[in-house]
Design a binder for this molecule. Sequence first.
Ligand code: BTN
Length: 329
Amino acid sequence: MNKLTFPILAVLADGKFHSGEALAQQFGVTRATVYNAIQAAQAIGITVFSVRGRGYRLPKPVTLLDADAIFQACGEYASWFHLQVLAQVDSTNRYLMQESARGVAHGTCAVAQVQTAGRGRRGRTWLSQLGGSLTFSLLWRFQCGAAGLSGLSLVIGLALLRALHELGLTDVQLKWPNDLVVMHQGQWHKLGGILIELQGDMEGPSAAVIGIGLNLDIEQGMRQQIDQPVLGLNQLSGQTLNANELLGRCLAALAVHLNQFTEHGFTYFQQSWMAHHAFHQQAVNLLMANGQVVPGQVIGVAEEGSLLVETANGQQRFNAGEISVRSAA
Ligand code: BTN
């Protein structure tokens, strides 16, 4: 990013007009330099309105991420985390995988004001916008190997669900394996997703980069680029959530859940996970990576986190795949 782009965006975060001249004066540069910095923001998909005679402004006010405010919202768990607030990054997961390989500390959380090439599950991209999304990754190191981490992604979903419920968003539910969803206008909408990438071998020790994307405010234009119904937490709650508060609460809940997971494994969470599963005992189609579609009824999740489905061929366990709703025929 142009060195001046983010400092200028921080000024524009109030959602008000700021003239090129005033910005140039504030940063001790020329108006052309301000213009270039704004162009650099637009080049990475940030909408900045430019009106002759009035200056520049963002479409709406934005609360920028702030390490002190995040730590404060973590409460008693603040000391568990090392926070890196990045102005711009391609993917917080890619970044933290690289930092992890370099030996960065357990509990490091990288959060981006702007993420330009977010990774989603199943090779998808994850779209986000300045102020419209919360995108972060958390590095958690385990003594055990990757083989001992089954169910981890489900536990992360449960931790986030608990943080959102505590903030009053009690309609949020889980969709196996780890999406956060809500029923809105008769349809399930995705509010957030989780992508876990592992380092280390099956025997251990291992490291998990836990990537989390939460939608806060999804603009119509972005919604149209996403191949499923999505909703922002702001749109759900009818108020503007503070991203710093939200991140702090999520980290605190993650600390508690990760600690319990390390001690007891997924079985400790199995019942409560099922109690929050939007598709528990529902008729679904399971879409496999090879395009196969398996119809069945969800009967639960197993002790290692796989999905249990009653199918025409009897009860089957699925470790991968994607649930889609099957309307009752
Ligand atoms: C999904 O497809 O549901 C998972 C989406 C995970 C997106 C988050 S955003 C922060 C972190 N960095 C990434 O590149 N991806 C994850």
